[in-house]
Design a protein around this ligand. Structure first.
Ligand code: ZN
Ligand code: ZN
Length: 336
């Protein structure tokens, strides 16, 4: 599209047939206003993408920071003796911002031209309906989950672990802000899983609106931050959808340095057996809880603590092995 960048013309250039704004819903009207106000679709899409990421990432992390500060919630903390300090949270925030500004910000201006090349709808209105969006979002989640399952295991091998993924494993008890606490190369590699699905889908179908990609990214951010939160509530999603991973699944990955490599769904780890140590651990906790029915609360807490420490000690060994010998971290870890 020829585009001369002046605001009055932006309306005519981008939306030549659009005269009746009342046919658009409130979100679509704001969408049009944004693209017309910025006046350049490349900048409008890039800026919106970056701002959306920052607002959702830190906005979703704030409730977890508050929850960490309130002792009442410790009853649902997966590793209750490991509460992140303010200094840890600040150090984590700085690293996340560094990655966002050094990797994401320079690359984000390519998003709009790439999307246009693949015939993805960007500034266009109206938005697709829910019936169109829902299966696309499921496909993108399915794609990302499998991509991550494979790439994450590769990141657990020698050189890739030592020089890239080790940063993300700094915290054996993660917290919300730590979701993207990672080497910039890891942000790029694993971020590709979120972006590639929509691009491939659009390449083959030419039927995708960027708003669907945004919804998918927002949901994925919620998933990643919640999975790192360190809390498992009775109302957490995996207690309703048993195949959903959630914090209960990923917290083990950080604690034990092995197993549970996927992001959203439990099925690939289950099918490929990369959840064997996790399930053995859960079985041990359940058996110990049953055996200690008449024990005091303190005794039960001490027992759970002991089991966690055993798993973590094995994880430390597995990490050293992965780094030293360049083998798959998970394959050598023993927790029994
Ligand atoms: Zn990992
Ligand atoms: Zn993680």
């Amino acid at each position: 599209m020829a585009f001369n960048g002046t605001v009055p013309n932006a309306l005519n250039e981008l939306y030549p047939g659009l005269t009746d704004f009342s046919s658009l819903n409130w979100f679509e009207q704001q969408w049009v206003a944004w693209y017309v106000w910025i006046g350049n679709p490349i900048i409008a899409t890039g800026l919106m993408s970056f701002l959306m990421h920052e607002i959702v990432y830190f906005g979703r992390s704030i409730p977890w920071i508050i929850i960490d500060a309130i002792p009442y919630f410790r009853q649902w903390k997966l590793q209750p003796n490991k509460i992140p300090t303010a200094a840890e949270q600040w150090a984590c925030t700085k690293q996340v911002l560094f990655s966002h500004f050094t990797i994401e910000l320079p690359l984000i201006w390519l998003f709009h031209p790439t999307a246009e090349k693949l015939n993805m709808k960007t500034y266009h209105v109206p938005f697709p309906d829910l019936k169109t969006m829902a299966p696309q979002i499921f496909f993108f989640f399915f794609f990302e989950d499998f991509f991550h399952f494979v790439a994450h295991q590769a990141l657990h091998t020698g050189i890739l672990y030592k020089h890239i993924h080790k940063i993300h494993h700094k915290y054996s008890a993660p917290f919300g802000l730590a979701a993207e606490y990672a080497h910039p190369a890891e942000v790029f590699i694993l971020g590709a899983g979120t972006i590639l699905g929509p691009l491939i889908y659009c390449f083959f179908t030419a039927n995708l609106h960027i708003i669907t990609v945004y919804i998918c990214i927002v949901l994925r951010l919620f998933q990643a931050i919640d999975a790192h939160s360190g809390y498992d509530f009775p109302w957490s999603l995996h207690n309703i959808l048993p195949f959903w991973s959630g914090a209960e699944h990923h917290d083990f990955h950080h604690m034990a340095f092995t197993n549970n490599f996927s992001t959203s769904f439990r099925w690939w780890d289950r099918i490929f057996g990369t959840d064997d140590k996790y399930r053995a651990y859960r079985a041990r906790v359940d058996a110990a809880k049953k055996a200690m029915k008449n024990a005091t609360k303190e005794q039960r807490v001490a027992m759970e603590q002991k089991l966690m420490e055993e798993v973590e000690a094995e994880g430390v060994k597995a990490e050293a092995e992965a780094e030293a010998r360049g083998i798959m971290g998970g394959s050598k870890a023993k927790v029994q």
